[in-house]
Design a protein around this ligand. Structure first.
Ligand SMILES: C[S@@+](CC[C@H](N)C(=O)[O-])C[C@H]1O[C@@H](n2cnc3c(N)ncnc32)[C@H](O)[C@@H]1O
Length: 256
């Protein structure tokens, strides 16, 4: 029995994968990968590595989670090195916990290779620090669709009262409901909010506004988008760098 690596591929920019994550791609006999990873990473795979697309678009799963778990176990039990490549970080809204549990249940050795999650990276590329000594000393990563939490009014009330910055994943299609909820639970209509679509990639697009006007301003924003709520969003005016870099240098990627 070999090993399974549950690897975070980062948020989209090819260079935002860890060295350890890259090694796991290079060593794998089989790679099971998701829709949101930068597909160029697969060029790093061995010549004869088997590449399996797992999908995971919000409305259409190419492979069911149970089937993915079964495949991870099957290939590892065949003695293969298996890399499960997931967008962002595998344990942040990535169902990596369920995959690790499936492996643990069968005593299959695994390693978790963390990745840079979109909730950190997309705001950073939009010039929004999720914490700042003057504006925010806490940040919450929240799912716009989840089994626990989001449908409970009490939960949103708690989040609004206790957190300075909110990074909301998988929320773009529910933006009107999210804004209504935040207002109902006491955030002011003028609270700054940003949507960052395809953060860290050459397709990155950022729209800012307030809880009152963002629904209209961001009507054409699509998945994948990160929603950021809080005073820190105001800093974008001064700190935006990525879109500016592309304009200044006429290039689509960072020069680092
Ligand atoms: C199923 S979650 C996966 C999150 C991932 N595990 C992570 O740590 O970033 C997918 C959601 O993450 C967010 N997301 C992922 N990549 C993104 C990107 N490049 N820009 C903005 N949001 C992104 C979107 O909200 C998307 O709907």
């Amino acid at each position: 029995m070999k090993k399974v690596y549950l690897v975070g591929a980062g948020p989209g920019d090819l260079d935002l994968i860890t060295v350890k994550g890259l090694k796991a791609i290079q060593q794998a006999d089989v790679i099971l990968y998701d829709r949101l990873i930068n597909q160029e990473l697969l060029n790093e795979a061995k010549d004869h590595a088997e590449l399996i697309y797992c999908g995971k678009s919000p409305d259409r799963h190419s492979l069911k989670q149970e089937d993915i778990n079964d495949l991870l176990c099957k290939f590892a039990l065949q003695g293969k090195v298996v890399t499960r490549l997931k967008g962002g970080d595998p344990f942040v809204f990535g169902r990596g916990g369920e995959e690790a549990e499936a492996l643990a249940n069968q005593q299959i050795p695994f390693e978790i290779v963390p990745g840079i999650s979109a909730g950190i990276a997309a705001p950073a590329y939009a010039g929004i620090p999720v914490t700042h000594r003057d504006y925010s000393s806490s940040v919450a990563f929240i799912s716009g669709v989840s089994k626990v939490g989001v449908d409970q009014e009490e939960y949103w009330g708690h989040v609004v009262k206790s957190m300075d910055t909110l990074c909301i994943y998988m929320g773009v299609s529910k933006l009107p409901e999210i804004c209504e909820r935040l207002l109902r639970h006491g955030l002011l209509a003028g609270t700054p909010i940003a949507l960052i679509e395809w953060g860290t990639t050459e397709r990155q697009r950022t729209i800012t506004g307030t809880l009152e006007d963002i629904v209209q301003k961001a009507h054409d924003m699509k998945n994948p988008s990160m929603i950021v709520v809080g005073e820190v969003v105001r800093l974008r005016k001064k700190l935006q760098w990525y879109e500016q870099l592309r304009v200044d240098e006429g290039q689509l990627v960072s020069s680092i």
